[in-house]
Design a protein around this ligand. Sequence first.
Ligand code: GLV
Ligand code: GLV
Length: 318
Amino acid sequence: MKKVVITRNINPDMLQKLRKDFEVIVWEADEQPMPREKFLAETRDAHAVLTMLSDKVDEEMLQNAPELKVVANLAVGFDNIDLAAAERREVVIANTPDVLTETTAELAFTLMLTSARRVLEANQELMDGEWSGWSPYHMAGTDVFGKTIGIFGMGSIGVSFARRLKGFNCNVLYHNRSESEEARALGAKLTSFESMLERSDFVLCSAPLTNQTKHTFDKKAFSLMKNSAHFINIGRGAHVVEADLAEAVKSGEIGGAALDVYENEPIGADHPFVGLNNMTLLPHIGSASVATRNNMMNLCVNNIMEVLNGGQAITPVQ
Ligand code: GLV
Ligand code: GLV
C-alpha cells in the first residue's frame, strides 16, 4: 500500500477518503508542527506528503524520500519548497490556488479597514475600561473611500482585492511583473514600484515570495511612502525588512501597518512589532475560514489521489 504522510490533522472525511486506498500517517497535534526529525523519518518511505507552509521540503528531505511522487502544500504560496530540487527528482508539487482567493482578499480588506479606523486600539480602550465618552476626534482615523490604493503583486488575490475597492470608489495602482488584463478591466493602473509607493494611501503586498521579491519593503521603500500611508501585508513576512518597518512605524515615516505574516513564524511578545502603536497584527490567518480550509484540504487530497493513481495533479505549480 502506498504511504501518505500528513503533517497536521485534517478534516476526518478527507482522511477517510485517503484511508480507503492508502496507508495514512497523520501528525495529530493540532497546534504544533510535526518535528523535523519525525518529518524526515516518516517521509523516508512515503509516496505522497500533504505539507503545511511551515514544513521545509528541501534537498535533504527529498533526497531522503526516494519513493516520493507528490507533495501537496496546503497553501497557495510554496516558498517552503525547493522547486528545482523537486523537479530534478520528478516529484510533483501542488498548491491550493483559487479556492482561497476570496477569503484571503477579505482578510486583506479587514486589515485595511481595521488599520484605517483604529479598530483594535478603540476596542482595547473600551475593554480596559478607559472609554470616557464621545468626543469629536476621539479615535478618529482615516477613510478608505475615494483613496489611492497600491497593490504589489497583481495575482488573483490582488485582483479580488481590487474588485472590492471599486465599491469604495478607490483609485487603484499596481506593480507587477506584467500587466494584468483583469486589473486593467477593473480600471487599475500598472505603475513603477516607486510611483505606486509615492502616490498610495494604502499599500498592499500580495505577491508571492521569490528571490526577486524578498525584502522589497525596506527603509527606502517606506521612506517613499506618504507619512499618512498604511502598509498591509498578506504575502510573506520576508517581503519586508522587519526592523525597517518597525522603525518606519515608530518614527512616523508611515501612518500604520497591518500584517498577517512574519519572517519567522510564530512571533512572540518579544517581537519588535508587538506593543507598537499603529500596528495591527494577526497570526497568519489569511485563508482561515472553515469552508476555505476544507476546500484547500480537499484539493490537496485530490491532488495526491490523482498522482498516486497515475494521473496528473489538478493544480501543479510547475
Ligand atoms: C498562505 O499564506 C498561503 O500561501 O496559502
Ligand atoms: C455619530 O454617531 C453621529 O451620529 O454622528
